[in-house]
Design a protein around this ligand. Structure first.
Ligand code: AHM
Ligand code: MG
Length: 335
């Protein structure tokens, strides 16, 4: 029988990042302030997710977002929640959401509002109505100090992934889990619903270097690049040793499994999405930062994701990420 007694110290997410910050002389505490805002927002979002079907949050709003996708009610609730929870934190200057065409300037980027929070408020929208895991993904950048303020928010936002100062995600699955990095490893927390706090369960998590699992929407097989098709044929063959396939259709959940169990996630260019489907700034970059910090890798099949220079706020990218040796294996088929 499991022992219900608490046998180890309880560390909440805010406590955790404060302790980490203390080991860096001169740390300002800014990131703990931002992460606590994200923790608050995602606790609120999960409360809606858990009551979906009871609260009036299921179904489409009837409009399309900037990506041309139908907006779901829960997308809007999540977006508003994050904007309201973080927009009032004095150090946040700009917020960028998958749901909004333009960046939202909440405070002068050159002054007090020195951070940019970029996010996909509710990833995996097509799974909302069917009670399958969905999530929130976020990335934090510092505003640039070499930008002419008259050019607005965009030049601040179009930074490469290597410039991220923090990133993370929350999965609303059978439990609510948050993972974050500030460039010092990846730390994972589970929401304790009884006390309403994210409690540390794994410090400095490492992605297995090998994992015989691939995750891709194989329905697009015919329009994948030749190297990807060859890899998939190999993975299923006796030569490949028989890989397993897992695909949820929520990037955040497919990534979470890959982080814990190892394997590889692929969203290659397709006929429908020749530049890939996933968004660089608030989907690929934050997860690539986490993947690398956990010992994994992320590429667009040509270039490291974190080195890519974004040319638009909602730029898309092909994405291949996961265990280092599995990513290398896929790349060995690309010519
Ligand atoms: P979303 O952010 O609007 O939910 O769209 C992104 C989602 C990802 O979570 C997932 O990996 C992908 O779209 C699934 O796409 P597909 O249905 O083409 O496999
Ligand atoms: Mg998404």
């Amino acid at each position: 029988m499991p022992n219900p007694q608490i046998t180890k110290p309880i560390t909440t997410i805010v406590q955790h990042i404060r302790e980490k910050e203390r080991s860096f002389p001169g740390a300002t505490g800014d990131l703990s302030w931002i992460l606590s805002g994200i923790a608050l927002a995602t606790r609120i979002i999960q409360s809606y997710v858990r009551r979906a079907g009871i609260a009036d949050v299921l179904g489409e709003v009837g409009t399309e977002n900037v990506q041309g996708e139908m907006v779901q009610k829960l997308d809007l609730v999540a977006n508003e929640t994050i904007l309201r929870c973080l927009g009032y934190r004095d150090i946040v200057g700009i917020m960028v959401s998958e749901e909004d065409d333009e960046p939202t300037i909440v405070k002068s980027p050159g002054g007090a509002g020195k951070y940019i929070v970029l996010f996909d408020p509710l990833d995996g929208s097509s799974n909302i109505d069917v009670n399958v895991s969905i999530g929130t993904i976020f990335s934090v950048l510092s505003c640039r100090d070499d930008v002419d303020e008259s050019r607005g928010a965009l030049p601040h936002c179009l930074q490469r992934g290597v410039e991220q100062v923090a990133a993370g995600y929350v999965v609303y699955g059978s439990s609510t889990v948050m993972a974050y990095t500030t460039g010092n490893g990846v730390h994972m927390f589970t929401l304790d619903p009884l006390i309403g706090a994210f409690v540390l369960h794994t410090d400095d998590i490492q992605m297995p270097n090998v994992g015989r699992m691939y995750s891709v929407n194989e329905a697009y097989y015919d329009s994948f690049p030749e190297g990807v098709r060859e890899y998939l044929t190999w993975a299923k063959s006796s030569e490949g040793g028989g890989y397993g396939l897992r695909y949820i259709g929520s990037l955040v959940a497919d990534f979470h499994r890959t982080l814990l169990k190892g394997g590889v996630f692929l969203y290659p260019p397709t006929a429908k999405n020749p530049s890939g489907k996933l968004r660089l700034l608030y989907e690929a970059n934050p997860l690539a930062f986490i993947a690398e910090q956990a010992g994994g890798a992320a590429t667009d099949f040509k270039e490291r994701i974190l080195d890519k220079q974004p040319d638009a706020l909602h730029a898309r990218t092909p994405l291949l990420m996961g265990s280092q040796s599995e990513v290398d294996r896929v790349m060995s088929f690309m010519t």
